[in-house]
Design a binder for this molecule. Sequence first.
Ligand SMILES: [Fe+2]
Ligand SMILES: [Fe+2]
Length: 183
Amino acid sequence: MKYLNEIRELVKNEADDSDWKYHIAIVIKYAKQLAKILKTDEDMAELGAILHDIGRLRHGSENHNVTGVIEAEKILKDHNAPQEVIDEIKHCVETHRAIKDLPPKTITAKIVMNADAMSHFDEIPIFFYWKIGGDNFENIFKWVEAKIERDWNEKLTLPEAKEMMREKYEAIKVVLSSTKEHI
Ligand SMILES: [Fe+2]
Ligand SMILES: [Fe+2]
């Protein structure tokens, strides 16, 4: 995939430093690991991870799986990606949020959704950082707690991904429950 490096650089330049370093780069890391474990195309998994949040980067969080499909298609066409790659990546972007009635159907799309959730288990403090200033601490705390539970229960659908994150999930629960006693 000769355009992989170019598209990675393009997205890296568009993302905030902290968004790249503490989210997208981690999603890429886990997507590649899962692709290796599951013996599927690592470049395709990486490309899906690179582009999964392109709609959020360009148009904000709301409906970013829908806006992301349009933006990913534009970028891939600009780089002369073959149609089967475009179709696969659009499916990854569209389904990465575990929205009801929109489940990932291909192994690469499942990897991207799982890797997206896995990144959250590595980077709990960034959630608090991103939400600072927008709300009171109790609401931010509840949001983080709900996000992690949803990731664990609805997005970590690959048993391999769940096993990789189990220790961190349990540790996060311990940390959050001690704070919760004071809320
Ligand atoms: Fe997203
Ligand atoms: Fe994401």
